[in-house]
Design a protein around this ligand. Structure first.
Ligand SMILES: [Zn+2]
Length: 192
C-alpha cells in the first residue's frame, strides 16, 4: 500500500499535484494513515490551536474545545456545538425573487412570469470573515439542511481505533438543532 508525505497531501489539498501523481493516488488503495496526515496538514494551515477532529466542509472543521466539540471556521469564528446545525448561526442571504436569482443564474426557471416559485437559493456566510460557506436550493419555508452529523466516537473508536475522550457527555451522537429552534420559538412567544 502506498504512503504519501505531508507535503504530497498538502499539494493534493491545494490542487497542486501533477495529473500523473493525482491519477496514481486515486487509482490505488488509500494509505492507512491518510486521515491523520490529512488532519495534520489542515492543522498546520489554520492559525488557531484547537485540535481538528474532522473537516466538515471547505473552511469548516469540528474541533475539540475543552470538553466541547464545536464547529469552527478557518478564520477562528465558532458556530457552537457541532450537533446543532451551524447554518443557524451563519449569515444568510436568500435569493427568492427573479431579480435576485438572475444575479447568479441565467436560464429558464419554473415559476417565472407570475407562477408560483418552487425553489429559493440560500447562501450561508461566516460572520467572522464573510466567506461563503454553503449554498442550498430548497422549497421556500423548508428547514435549513443539516448536511452532516458525523458519529465522531464511532469513527475514532471503530475506524481509527483511537477513541476520543468522551468527557462527561453520555451520548454524543444526537441532533441538537431543535434545541436552538425551540429556544427561538420560546423567545418569540415571550416577546409577544
Ligand atoms: Zn470565517
Amino acid at each position: 500500500m502506498p504512503t504519501y508525505s505531508e507535503d504530497e497531501i498538502r499539494d493534493l489539498i491545494e490542487g497542486k499535484l501533477s495529473w500523473e501523481m493525482l491519477k496514481r493516488m486515486m487509482s490505488s488503495p488509500k494509505d492507512s494513515d491518510r486521515f491523520e496526515t490529512y488532519v495534520a496538514v489542515l492543522q498546520k494551515r489554520v492559525s488557531w490551536q484547537d485540535r481538528i477532529l474532522l473537516p466538515l466542509a471547505e473552511h469548516l472543521y469540528i474541533v475539540q474545545k475543552g470538553e466541547s466539540r464545536v464547529v469552527k471556521c478557518d478564520c477562528g469564528h465558532e458556530f457552537g456545538d457541532y450537533r446543532q446545525n451551524w447554518k443557524l448561526e451563519a449569515l444568510i442571504n436568500v435569493r427568492d425573487t427573479d431579480a435576485k436569482l438572475g444575479e447568479v443564474y441565467i436560464g429558464p426557471r419554473v415559476g417565472e412570469n407570475g407562477g408560483s416559485r418552487r425553489t429559493e437559493l440560500r447562501e450561508y456566510y461566516c460572520p467572522g470573515c464573510g466567506l461563503q460557506l454553503e449554498v442550498e436550493a430548497v422549497p421556500p419555508g423548508y428547514h435549513a439542511l443539516f448536511d452532516f452529523l458525523p458519529d465522531l466516537d464511532a469513527f475514532y473508536a471503530r475506524w481509527l481505533e483511537k477513541p476520543l475522550p468522551s468527557g462527561t457527555e453520555k451520548e454524543w451522537f444526537v441532533d441538537k438543532t431543535y434545541e436552538v429552534t425551540s429556544e427561538w420559538a420560546n423567545e418569540l412567544k415571550s416577546s409577544k
